[in-house]
Every structure is written in C-alpha cells, then in structure tokens.
Write a protein that binds this ligand. Structure first.
Ligand SMILES: Cc1ncc(COP(=O)(O)O)c(C=O)c1O
Length: 485
C-alpha cells in the first residue's frame, strides 16, 4: 500500500534519528572514546545529537529553503531568551556586525546621530577583526583604546581620551571570550555623550552583567543593538549564522532589515506581499507613483540572510543552550581550580569587576556562584561570564614562552588559539591601510595591554563536549610543560 506523505515523513525522521544515534554520539562521548595524545581535543566544537540532525532533515523535507517559519520562530525564541525586543537572523556574526554598524549610516536617523564618512567609533585593540572591519567598510574611523590584559576587555579609563565632540558617534566592542566588558562605565559614557552602543555579543551568549544599581541582565540586552555568531565554535550553532538583537528601540528593525534584505524599503516577510497595505501606493525617490513597493530600495543594501534549515538547527540548539552555558561555566571553574597552583607562571583571565579568584568552592555553578568565587571591586557591579574559552597568559618572567606552550599543546593534540587577531592594529590589513591612509584609524596611547595579550596569551577550550578525562589531560599537559622547562 502506498504510504501517505505523513507516514513517509515519520519514517524518514525515525531513520534519521537511528542514523544519527549510531553515527554521532557527540553529546555524550564515552570516557573510553578519549585516548590521551591521540584523540584531538578541539578548542571549541559543535555539540549536537539526533535533535539537530532531525531538525535539518525535517526542514529539508519542507523545502521552504529561504528564511521562513523556522527563522521566525527562532527569532522570537532568541529575543525571549535574551530579553530583547527583536532578533533578526543573519548568515554570520560578521554579517550581523556589518549590519549593526551600517544601520548607523541610515539617512532615516536624526542628522546629528547618523554615522557619516570620517566619523569615529570607539573600539578596543585586541579582538576579532570583524568587530572592527565594518567601521572602516562604512568609511568611518575606528579609535582603538587599549585592552586590559587580565579581563581582555577595553580599558574604560581611556574612553574620554578617545572621545571627540561631533566626530564620535558610537562605541562598538566585544565581550571578550564571554567576559562582559564594563557595561556600567560604557553605558554611562555613551549616555553622557549621546553615543550609540553596539555590543558584539558573538562570544558571550548567556553572560550576565549586574550593574551597581540595576537588575542583572544578559549581555546583548544593554546596547542599542547587539550581535551574535552561531558559527560552530560558538555557544550554539546554526552551521554558519548569526543575528542582530534589538534590545529596546524597534526603530532599528526596519533599518537593519532593509540593509540585510537588499536595501529594500518594503518589510514584507519572505513569501508575503502587501504587508504595508499600499504596495502600489508609494512614491519614493524619483520613481513613478505606484511603483511596486517590493522593488523600492531606500538603502544600498546586501543580502545577508541565512536559510530556514539553519534556523531549524538553531532552534534545536537553543533548547540545549542553558545546559551548554552551565557546562561552560563548570568547565572554566574546573580548569581554574586545577591550575590554581600555577599562578607563578600564568595570569588567568578575571571577570570584569573581579579583583581576585577566591579559590575552589565546588564545581557546579549553583554551588559556586560567581559572587562567592571572586572578590569584586568597589563599583558595585559584577558579572557571571558564559565563557567562550579559558585564557592563560604566560608571565613575562616564566621560563617558557606562549609560543613554546602552544607548540606543546599542539603536539599533545590540545586545541589552543591566540586571542584571535591579537593587537589588531598590527595585523597586515590594518598596518597596510594605515600606511596608505594615515587617518584611517586612531590609537589611544601605545596599546601595551593589547600587545601583552598578543605576545603572552592563548586560550584553550571550555566547550560543553569536553569530558573530565579530557580536561585532566589538558591540565596534566600544561603542568608537564611547566615542569620540563
Ligand atoms: C567577537 C567576535 N565577533 C564576531 C565574530 C564573527 O562571527 P562569524 O564567524 O559568525 O562571522 C567572531 C567570530 O568568532 C568573534 O569572535
């Protein structure tokens, strides 16, 4: 008897689960699967099971392809998770950064707030290149403040020196390796000078920040806009993907959406017509009256949308996100406690506003809340990072270098990375631009903190797929590197 489409779908999804369970066991690797020195321990990796594979197959069977029902659902679920008004999916975190900065150039913004060529955006020197590239791509000027080598975040005491009346329009920086930057200082600075704030939250999904006189909230919900990456190394994945979050002011939505979707003036969802009710009733630019609104372009835009299939995978990942965040925090604490006696050789990352790590007090985040794990500065602010990685900076007096340590870890098949591009102003792309156009960017001071991070720091993984035997081997290898010097 011929099977109905519904029966076929069920069968396909049942077989998909069977296949996935047999082939991908990445959510719960067995301890015997890990062979020290032979099994690679990546610095980050996707963690998934049959839910994600089933979601991808189900979406393929629907064959909607472009952003559609799964995308809409994920946008709603993400804004609910983050406590923001709206989320707009993109095909990467870099695209999200490009869109957030480009939205600042819209002619629809008040003239004095609009980002014009030659205007400045304050950012931080050590980090990922696509936090900064969109500033230059939009013909604006990044102004680099230094990074603190312990928090890896901006030195906020340099913000005033970076500010230029009428030239500075925004601050854009990342919560580095999941560590919230000083949102209290930065939001006060932005409010005082009437600047936009874009939080690059790509590495910090789930991080919490408690301002001195406010309630704790997730990073990504403080600025005018914020961004996420859903590349596999990140807290959750869609394969490739990202989003722009709009925490409060929905006037950003049509701007970000327009730049994301070819620059169009129309805001109909994919597959929909005449949402505005006057599809043939507009006269804009020098176009004839009644020209089809679907083909009217008010901005010079891009097409930076993901597929609906990616969103389906993202939804399955979002269900697991709270457990992922918990595991990242627990893994960070485990490594921190296990390496505590190596403080003579390494500087370990500190959450912003923390002064010292107070020592091992239990491995589970609930048993060991950040309030008791760290001593905090006198600002009244604190934070609970949803860590992206575990940073070790080799002390200048240590008898080995960061590169030597990186080689040892590499030989032991332990994934490690520098803090992305290090001091970005020293990267060939920016050094060349500076040579060609000296005013292309400005630097506050000599950036010794960013150089220290570039020369001394590396990070290893805390991603949820790590097991205790893997972390014990990571710790033992680091110990051996220290001992055998
Ligand atoms: C801080 C930061 N911003 C932006 C990005 C770019 O994200 P994507 O790889 O999705 O383009 C990354 C990538 O890891 C990042 O670390």
């Amino acid at each position: 008897m011929k099977k109905s489409p519904d029966q076929l779908r069920k069968e396909i999804l049942r077989l998909t689960k069977e296949y996935s369970d047999a082939v991908h066991r990445s959510l719960s690797p067995e301890p015997q699967d890990f062979i020290p020195g032979q099994t690679t321990i990546p610095y980050a990796s996707r963690v998934f099971d049959a839910d994600e594979v089933g979601a991808a197959v189900g979406s393929s069977l629907d064959f909607w392809l472009t952003l559609g029902p799964e995308g809409e659902a994920l946008e709603n679920e993400l804004s609910e998770f983050l406590g923001t008004k709206r989320c707009l999916l993109t095909n990467s975190g870099s695209s999200a950064n490009l869109l957030a900065v480009t939205a600042l150039t819209s002619h629809k913004l008040p003239a004095e707030k609009r980002l014009l060529p030659g205007d400045e955006i304050i950012t931080v020197a050590a980090g990922f290149p696509t936090t900064v590239a969109p500033i230059i791509q939009n013909r604006a000027v990044p102004v680099f403040v230094d990074s603190d080598p312990l928090t890896l975040n901006a030195r906020c005491d340099q913000l005033e020196a970076a500010y230029r009346p009428r030239k500075t329009k925004a601050v854009m920086m990342a919560h580095t390796l999941g560590n919230p930057f000083d949102l209290h200082a930065v939001t006060e600075f932005c409010n005082q000078h009437g600047l936009w704030l874009i939080e690059d939250n790509c590495d910090a999904l789930g991080s919490e920040y408690s301002p001195p006189h406010g309630s704790p909230a997730l990073t990504g919900s403080f600025g005018d806009m914020s961004t996420q990456s859903f590349y596999p190394a990140h807290h959750m994945t869609m394969g490739e993907g990202g989003c722009v979050n709009i925490p409060r002011d929905m006037r950003w939505k049509p701007l970000v959406e327009s730049f994301r979707d070819w620059g169009r003036d129309c805001w109909c969802a994919s597959g929909k017509d005449n949402t505005c009710g006057k599809r043939f009733g507009w006269q804009l630019g020098e176009l004839p009256e009644g020209y089809d609104h679907k083909y009217i372009y008010s901005h010079l835009g891009y097409n930076l949308k993901p597929l609906d299939l990616q969103a389906a995978i993202g939804r399955a990942q979002l269900n697991k996100l709270p457990a992922f965040i918990r595991a990242r925090r627990e893994n960070w604490q485990y490594l921190r406690a296990a390496l505590a006696d190596l403080e003579g050789f390494f500087d370990f990352q500190l959450p912003t506003h923390a002064k010292i790590w107070n020592g091992k007090c239990g491995m589970r985040n609930e048993e060991c809340p950040p309030s008791s794990t760290f001593s905090w500065d006198s600002s009244g602010a604190s934070c609970d990072p949803s860590w992206f990685g575990f940073m070790l900076a080799v002390k200048p007096a240590a008898p080995f270098t960061r590169t030597e340590l990186a080689r040892r870890l590499d030989a032991a098949k332990i994934g490690n990375r520098p803090l992305f591009g290090g001091n970005l102003t020293r990267q060939p792309a920016l050094a060349r631009i500076k040579g060609e156009i000296p005013a292309a960017f400005r630097v506050i001071g000599d950036l010794p903190g960013a150089d220290a991070i570039m020369n001394r720091a590396l990070f290893i993984g805390v991603y949820p797929g790590l097991t205790r035997p893997m972390m014990d081997y990571m710790v033992e290898t680091i110990r051996e590197s220290v001992r055998t010097r």
